[in-house]
Design a protein around this ligand. Structure first.
Ligand code: PLP
Length: 406
C-alpha cells in the first residue's frame, strides 16, 4: 500500500496532446491483443512505407565519424548555410547562417523559442484549429494561448477580424501554420500580408510554422511569411520530417528574419537556451544540405499518380459519395479535416465517433476537438496510406455513420 503519491506538475493540467493520447493508447492495447489497427492519427510517413531520400541517408553515413562531438549550439555551419540558400531562393535575401538555429525537430524549437520569450500571462495568438503542440508549449511556458478563428466557410483561412479583436496589451506573438495541419489549407498571399501588417502594427513576433512548405498539391502556391514581414521579427520554422519523410532524424530549424535589431536581446535568449542543451542531434544535421538542394522527390508524391495525390483523391471521392460527410479539399500538407452533418447525427460527438470507429473497425483517427477547435463534429485523418486503404476506411466510416444516423 502506497503512503505517498507522486504527482505531475500542475503546469501540465491544461496540456493536451491527443494525437498520442487515450485513443492511441487503446489502439496499442488492441494491437497487443492481435488486432490490426489502421493508424490515421499521426503524420509519420515512414510508418506507411515512405522512405527518406537515399542521398540523405548516404550524406549522414558519410559524415558519421564527424558526428561524435558536440557541435555549435545553433547547428553545423554547412547545414545552416543550406537553409540560408533555400531562404534566398525564396526571396528572403538578408539572412545569414547566424540567423538560423537547428533543433531536434521543429517541436523542440517551438518550446525553446517560446521559453525565451514569455513572461507569465503573456498572450500568444494561436489558430483554431491548431497543431496542438503550439497551444501546449505556450501554456507550459507560462503564457496564455488565445485562439483566433480559421472558419471552415472560408476554407479554414485565418479570419483577420478575429485576430485583430484578440490583440491586447499582453499579446506578444502570432502563430501561423501554413500549409496547415490539421486542415490542409494553403494560405493566399493577401491573407498572409494582412497578418504580417497586423503584427507589424502591434509589434508582435510572427511565428510561421512552415514545416509543410513543399507539401503542396498541384495548383497550390506557397508564400513564405518571411517575404512579407519587414518591421517586426519573423521566425520561420521548417525541417526534414515531412517534405523529406525523415521524422526520426529529429531535424528542424528556425530562421529569424525581418527586424532583428528590435529583437537582439530575445535572440540572445534563444541562443542561451540552445547552448544549455549543448547542441541538437548531429548525424541528422549532415542530411540537411543534401536534402535542400537539387531534385525534390516530394513533388512526385504530390502530382497525379503520386501516393499523396491519389490518397487525397480517394478521400475526396469517398466524401463526395457520403451522405453525412463534407470536407474542404486539402491543398497541401498530409491531412484532411472532414466533418459529419450534425442534423443527421444529433448528439453524436467527434470523440464518441473516434472511439467507436476504433473499437468496431480498428481505425484510429483524431477527433477535431483535439486541435483546440470547438465544433465537435470534425476529425483529422492522415493522407499517408495507399488510396485503396483510404477508400476502404471511408466505406467503414460511412457504415458506422449510417448506423448512428437518426
Ligand atoms: N509543426 C507542425 C504543424 C506539425 O504538424 C508537426 C508534426 O506533425 C511539427 C511542427 C513537429 O515537427 P518535427 O518532427 O520537426 O518536430
Amino acid at each position: 500500500m502506497n503512503d505517498f503519491n507522486i504527482k505531475p506538475s500542475s503546469s501540465l493540467d491544461q496540456v493536451r496532446y491527443e494525437i498520442r493520447g487515450d485513443l492511441s493508447r487503446r489502439a496499442h492495447e488492441l494491437e497487443r491483443q492481435g488486432y490490426e489497427v489502421t493508424h490515421l492519427n499521426i503524420g509519420n510517413p515512414s510508418r506507411f512505407g515512405f522512405r527518406t531520400p537515399e542521398t540523405m541517408r548516404l550524406a549522414m553515413i558519410e559524415n558519421m565519424s564527424l558526428s561524435e562531438g558536440y557541435e555549435h549550439q545553433k547547428g553545423i555551419f554547412p547545414a545552416r548555410e543550406a537553409v540560408v540558400m533555400q531562404q534566398q531562393n525564396r526571396g528572403v535575401m538578408d539572412v545569414t547562417a547566424d540567423d538560423v538555429f537547428i533543433g531536434n525537430g521543429v517541436s523542440e524549437l517551438i518550446d525553446l523559442t517560446l521559453r525565451a520569450l514569455l513572461e507569465p500571462g503573456d498572450e500568444v495568438l494561436v489558430p483554431s484549429p491548431d497543431y496542438p503542440l503550439w497551444t501546449a508549449a505556450v501554456i507550459l511556458n507560462r503564457g496564455k494561448a488565445v485562439h483566433y478563428d480559421c472558419p471552415e466557410e472560408k476554407g479554414f483561412m485565418p479570419d483577420l477580424a478575429s485576430i485583430e479583436a484578440r490583440i491586447t496589451a499582453k499579446t506578444r506573438a502570432i502563430v501561423v501554420i501554413n500549409p496547415n495541419n490539421p486542415t490542409g489549407s494553403v494560405y493566399d498571399k493577401q491573407t498572409l500580408l494582412q497578418i504580417a501588417q497586423l503584427a507589424e502594427k502591434h509589434k508582435l513576433i510572427v511565428f510561421s510554422d512552415e514545416i509543410y512548405d513543399q507539401v503542396l498539391f498541384p495548383g497550390a502556391t506557397f508564400t513564405p511569411m518571411a517575404t512579407l514581414v519587414q518591421d517586426t521579427l519573423c521566425a520561420t520554422f521548417s525541417g526534414l520530417s515531412k517534405a523529406y519523410r525523415a521524422c526520426g532524424y529529429r531535424v528542424g530549424w528556425v530562421v529569424y528574419s525581418g527586424n532583428r535589431e528590435c529583437a537582439a536581446e530575445y535572440i540572445r535568449g534563444v541562443e542561451l537556451l540552445s547552448a544549455l542543451r549543448l547542441c541538437s542531434n548531429v548525424p541528422g544535421q549532415w542530411a540537411i544540405q543534401t536534402a535542400l538542394g537539387g531534385y525534390q522527390s516530394i513533388n512526385d508524391l504530390m502530382a497525379p499518380g503520386g501516393r499523396l495525390y491519389e490518397s487525397r483523391e480517394a478521400v475526396v471521392t469517398g466524401i463526395e459519395k457520403s451522405e453525412f460527410l463534407s470536407v474542404v479539399k486539402p491543398a497541401g500538407a498530409m491531412y484532411a479535416f472532414p466533418s459529419f452533418d450534425t442534423s443527421q447525427l444529433k448528439n453524436y460527438s467527434d470523440e464518441s465517433f473516434a472511439m467507436e470507429l476504433l473499437e468496431r473497425e480498428k481505425i484510429l483517427l483524431v477527433p477535431g476537438t483535439s486541435f483546440n477547435f470547438s465544433p465537435n463534429n470534425h476529425f483529422r485523418i492522415t493522407l499517408l496510406p495507399e488510396a485503396d486503404t483510404m477508400t476502404r476506411v471511408l466505406g467503414k466510416i460511412e457504415k458506422l455513420l449510417e448506423e448512428k444516423a437518426v
